[in-house]
Design a binder for this molecule. Structure first.
Ligand code: NDP
Length: 503
């Protein structure tokens, strides 16, 4: 029996108000507009943001440009930059409960999960600090007596960072500390639905010793505040996480000035399961992969590709576990699945389920929205009889909806896994190393888990093949992504003239 936890009213909680952060100052927008965020679980206003017009976006870019061209952040030693990042990590850690609560109230995610995300973010800020000191180029002393080649890594310049609502603090932490480690200056625009924890970073970074203008944070809509960050000639690079559609728009906006673009986009990630797998471990991973963050996760394991011999048994076991998942009040520490980000998004999820049943799939568990008295929630849902060409098997639902497909041979499993436009992540479950390697090497995805799902570490690169994105975050290359490569070609001694022989 699914456990539903009705959200309790938020007693006497003052609405938190956030200004933007431009050139080291907490400021209102130039036209004085504000925007209220109604919490998706509680149905009441939880935050108020001062929002940016295009003019404010331009001010933020100008501040970042000045800080890069004239300020000391890019010119400080790596040791100095690392000290600021480490101090920021300490402050984030000290304020972890406050940041987690903000993310929970604004996004509807379970508080226990939000706390885990902030702890993970602290680790990333520390890792970026370590990488700052290890950023270096190369030298070539092998080019003959007359030449020394030095390859420099230089900060790329002003970076726009645009983030979504599903992991508000974690995703900005996968970008910002690496850009700062490289010596870049930044303009950050979080989602209009979950801007609070990112706006808090202005205060945190000032306290950590970051100079004014090195990071500027603006709130507002994508069309008004986000778009200028992707096209402005003074921006050198855009780092974006969100939908594939806006990712493509970002790339085309950036093309006019040939900005570098890093994109983390959608996924439709397969879990491929063979009969010799540890099924008990897999069943738990299936439930985790599908319902974690209410399925609002680019890494969600939303496509199960089960060997036909075990499909019935495995689906029955996943269904049993699905019915026990605790859904509801995200402030209850035992909740595993919280609210859906918006009513429009809940409608989108429900319409995918309806479309799948019309196309011939069967609802095995769940199937629709839950009425818990406040906010918007979706029942954990399993769809069986899904065929590879159905929309629910190919497109990102971004909700707690699991599609079950079956296969007969390894070749068939690989073909089904690869037969979509996305390529973010995948997993294989088998005790046979040959099977694991066949899937691991031939499935086209940026991450393939073997006998586990959605594990990660700051050291491990993350990103997608094909329409799941461009570039990689985390790992030791993350800092290099925010650099330009420059060759210094040094001539030693007398140069041999091209035309006039030397006398
Ligand atoms: P979007 O891609 O619309 O939003 C991501 C970010 O881009 C937000 O900050 C948004 O601002 C901003 N943005 C929107 N339009 C523009 C623009 N023209 N120029 C610059 N920035 C812009 O994702 P949604 O939040 O609307 O989610 C829609 C779908 O995207 C989901 O259903 C899911 O399938 C997918 N998604 C994937 C994510 C991932 O992690 N890969 C994360 C979130 C969503 P604002 O929203 O404030 O207008």
């Amino acid at each position: 029996m699914t456990v539903h936890l009705r959200p309790r009213p938020l007693a006497d909680r003052a609405v938190r108000e956030f200004k933007m952060f431009i050139d080291g100052q907490h400021v209102s927008g130039s036209d004085g507009r504000t925007m209220d965020r109604v919490g998706p679980a509680h149905g009441v206003v939880v935050s108020r943001y001062h929002v940016a017009s295009t003019k404010d976006a331009d001010r933020a870019i100008a501040a970042a440009r000045r800080a890069f061209d004239e300020g000391d952040w890019p010119r400080r030693t790596a040791a100095d930059r690392a000290r600021v990042l480490l101090r920021a990590a300490e402050i984030i850690e000290a304020r972890a409960d406050e940041i987690a609560l903000l993310d929970t109230l604004e996004s509807g995610k379970p508080i226990s999960q939000a706390k885990g995300e902030i702890a993970g973010s602290v680790d990333i800020w520390r890792y970026a600090a370590a990488l700052a000191r290890d950023l270096h180029g190369e030298s070539y002393n092998t080019l003959g007596d007359g030449t020394l080649g030095v390859v420099l890594r230089e900060a790329i310049g002003v970076v726009s960072i645009i983030t979504p609502w599903n992991f508000p603090f974690l995703i900005v932490s996968q970008k910002l500390p690496f850009a700062l480690a490289a010596g870049c200056t930044c303009v950050v625009k979080p989602s209009e639905l979950t801007s609070g924890s990112t706006l808090l970073l202005g205060e945190i970074l000032t306290q950590a010793g970051l100079p004014a203008g090195a990071v500027n944070i603006i709130a507002g809509t994508g069309a008004e505040a986000g778009a200028p960050l992707t096209s402005h000639p003074d921006v050198d690079m855009v780092s974006f996480t969100g939908s594939t559609g806006i990712g493509k728009l970002t790339m085309s906006n950036a093309a006019a000035t040939l900005k570098k673009v890093s994109l983390e986009l959608g996924g439709k990630n397969p879990q491929v399961v063979f009969p010799d797998a540890d099924l008990e471990a897999f069943v738990d991973a299936a439930v985790f992969g599908a319902y974690f963050n209410a399925g609002e996760c680019c890494n969600a394991g939303s496509r199960l590709i089960l060997h036909a011999d075990i499909a019935d048994e495995v689906v029955a076991r996943i269904a049993e576990l699905s019915r026990q998942v605790r859904v509801g009040d995200p402030l209850d520490p035992t909740t595993k699945v919280g609210a859906i980000i918006s009513t429009a998004h809940l409608d989108k999820i429900a319409s995918y389920v309806d479309g799948a049943t019309r196309a011939g799939a069967t609802v095995y568990v769940g199937g629709g929205p839950l009425d818990l008295g406040a906010g918007q929630f979706m029942a954990p849902t399993i769809l069986t009889g899904v065929l590879p060409d159905m929309a629910v098997a190919r497109e990102e639902v971004f909700g707690p909806v699991l599609s079950v497909l079956t296969f007969g041979t390894t070749e068939e499993a690989i073909n089904i896994a690869n037969a979509i436009d996305y390529g973010l992540s995948a997993s294989v479950w088998s005790r046979d190393i040959d099977t694991c390697l066949a899937i691991g090497r031939r499935v086209r995805a940026g991450t393939v888990w073997v006998n586990t799902f959605m594990d990660g570490a700051s050291e491990l690169p993350f990103g997608g093949y094909r329409q799941s994105g461009l570039g990689r975050e985390l790992g030791r290359h993350a800092v290099e992504d925010y650099t330009e490569t420059k060759t210094l070609n040094l001539h030693i001694g007398a140069r041999t003239n091209w035309w006039v022989p030397r006398t």
